[in-house]
Design a protein around this ligand. Structure first.
Ligand code: MLT
Length: 314
């Protein structure tokens, strides 16, 4: 009887609202992306999609909640690159990546930009590089906390320059940005989705794009990639993915994946994402197996950077 009712539950899925756990604060980049996705999923799922912001510890508290949730498809997770970096950054993680999750598909890629406080004398990346070389550990590099996108990008930036700066961690992107605008810190490497409004408002200086392609946004039309500006092959790109708890029935996963594919073809969603500097991923990357492989590749790539930097939580 149990097996029969489980089959029926799969056939009827979803017959009540689905919850997406967002492991970061409301109003931040991940939250914005998840809310847009929730809206676009409503039609293909035929149900309301509710956002639950369960925040803290670099997104690991929300991810742990989903790892422990009932594997019935009603509790999902939207998280970022932190899914792949948390195992190296948080030594006492209560879940395994990707083993404790079903990867449902990538959502987008979210390029970052290197930005500076308004008063910085350097006017381009070459000048900034000289200034960093002259000031070394006196350079304050803001980040939104251990495991945040800005923290990871900052680690990679220091590693590429073979320089140690002074990391200044904040409790989120908003306070970090506030202090950068106020000149209390010098630099930050932040997701375009969050930085573009400040660049447009001329509240911060922009030195370059951290991934390999320029961004077709008016505010960034003169911004080179760091790779073309001299830091050859520098490539840090945040990405977001959709996850379910391990053990979710295959029939439910298939429905969720199909809904994700439909949602990411929604012209309204694509327009909103592009305006934020995000790139919706191509169809083949929406495949659960390729999503899983990508998470594993990123996990390996970052584990080394994180180990070399020696910045982690016990
Ligand atoms: C957020 O959504 O708050 C950010 O993506 C967190 C971060 O900077 O990593």
């Amino acid at each position: 009887a149990l097996a029969g009712s489980a089959t029926l539950a799969c056939a009827n899925f979803p017959d009540k609202p689905v919850t997406i756990v967002v492991p970061f604060a409301a109003g931040g980049p991940t939250d914005k992306i998840a809310r847009d996705l929730a809206e676009a999923l409503r039609k293909p799922l035929g149900q309301t999609v509710i956002i639950d912001n369960t925040i803290g510890a670099g997104g690991t508290i929300g991810a742990a909640k989903v790892a422990r949730a009932a594997p019935d498809g009603y509790t999902l997770l939207v998280s970022h690159i932190g899914m792949a970096t948390a195992p190296a950054l948080y030594r006492k993680l209560s879940y395994k990546v990707p083993e404790d999750f079903e990867t449902l598909g990538l959502i987008n890629e979210a390029p970052s930009v290197l930005i500076g406080k308004p008063g910085l004398a350097a006017n381009n990346f070459a000048e900034l590089r000289q200034w960093i070389a002259a000031n070394g550990t006196k350079v304050n590099l803001a980040n939104a906390g251990l495991g945040s996108a800005s923290h990871l990008c900052g680690l990679m930036f220091q590693s590429a320059l073979k320089t140690t700066m002074t990391p200044v961690p904040y409790k989120g992107t908003a306070p970090a940005m506030t202090d950068l605008i106020g000149g209390q810190v010098d630099l930050m490497c932040e997701q375009a989705v969050n930085a573009v409004p400040q660049i447009e408002g001329k509240k911060v200086k922009v030195y370059g794009i951290t991934s390999l392609q320029r961004l077709p946004l008016p505010a960034l039309k003169d911004a080179p990639t760091l790779s073309e500006a001299g830091l050859k092959d520098f490539n840090v790109q945040v990405w977001h993915g959709l996850y379910a708890p391990k053990g979710t029935p295959p029939a439910v996963l298939a429905k969720l994946n199909a809904a994700l594919r439909t949602a990411l073809k929604d012209p309204e969603l694509i327009k909103r994402e592009e305006a934020l500097g995000l790139t919706v991923v191509t169809d083949e990357r929406l495949d659960p197996a390729s999503h899983r492989k990508f998470v594993e590749t990123e996990k390996t790539r970052w584990a080394k950077v994180i180990k070399d930097a020696g910045e982690y939580a016990d």
